[in-house]
Design a protein around this ligand. Structure first.
Ligand SMILES: Nc1nc2c(ncn2[C@@H]2O[C@H](COP(=O)(O)OP(=O)(O)O)[C@@H](O)[C@H]2O)c(=O)[nH]1
Ligand SMILES: [Mg+2]
Length: 246
């Protein structure tokens, strides 16, 4: 499927205050995709795009910088460590909203306005872009990722009553709510930690459908490999059960 068919119309009804948004993109060896991701983020929606280079051995940092992003370096490897590094930087700028997405061009950054809209207009705290509700390019989400999502979101619903269909990377959150969550996972428990804590704190959450395509270049480091899948699955389930007792 061509990238063209994934482009989404910008939401022109957003007020200018939404531009007080910082986007954080954790990236590890994404030199073939990161510039496309940065360029595709609607510039009128954001005040700054922050790419957190997580010890890449390729030209990720140079590509991101060339595309206009602020580039931070977090040498401790881990998805959550990179996101936390980005948050620490963002807090110096006092954004109203912080958004996250992956650096492999699987998400459609053009859809960012749709994620910001419920926070700005409907008083929602956390918006998750659901790939399960949206259109997926065949092969973009592997069966193990779909099953893991189903299992994790079912557990969250049964244990805390919050209805999610995905643990997707594309999300936006009111900064004050994010601070209240006191995020601390440094690896692949990051996304589920945010949703579990949001459920426990009874934040106002909403999912919106997002499109999802195969990564632009290179190979999957998480659900595309056996060890990546095992590590992420273990971490996600461990995070859920840990929060039963804390
Ligand atoms: N910060 C950080 N990001 C990573 C690491 N491994 C993968 N990523 C990023 O996490 C996202 C998801 O990884 P990806 O390889 O696409 O896995 P998949 O989506 O399951 O196929 C991408 O944006 C990667 O750049 C890591 O060790 N640290
Ligand atoms: Mg990916």
């Amino acid at each position: 499927m061509s990238n063209q068919s994934f482009s989404a119309a910008p939401d022109s009804s957003l007020p200018s205050s939404v531009a007080n948004t910082i986007v954080i993109i954790p990236a590890f060896n994404e030199e073939g995709a990161i510039a496309q991701v940065v360029h595709a983020i609607p510039s009128d929606c954001v005040s700054e795009i922050v790419v957190v280079d997580n010890g890449s051995t390729d030209a990720t940092a140079a590509q991101a910088r060339g595309a206009g992003a602020t580039v931070l370096s977090e040498l401790e490897r881990g998805y959550g460590a990179a996101c936390l590094c980005g948050i620490a930087y963002a807090m110096e700028k006092s954004p109203a909203i912080i958004a996250f997405l992956d650096g492999d061009y699987s998400d459609c950054p053009e859809e960012l306005p749709s994620l910001l809209h419920p926070i700005v207009h409907d008083n929602i705290d956390l918006v998750i872009g659901s790939r399960m509700l949206g259109q997926r390019e065949p092969g973009a989400m592997l069966p193990q990722a779909m099953f893991g999502n189903w299992l994790a979101t079912t557990l969250i619903r049964v244990l805390w009553g919050a209805r999610f269909t995905d643990l997707g990377p594309f999300r936006a959150i009111r900064t004050s709510s994010l601070m209240a969550l006191q995020m601390n996972d440094r690896t692949f428990g990051w996304t589920v930690e945010m949703q579990v804590k949001a459920a426990k704190q009874k934040l106002r959450c909403r999912e919106i459908p997002v499109r999802y395509r195969k990564r632009a270049a290179g190979s999957s480091k998480v659900t595309g490999s056996f060890t990546g899948t095992m590590k992420a699955s273990y971490k996600i389930l461990f995070t859920i059960f840990k929060h039963l007792f804390t």
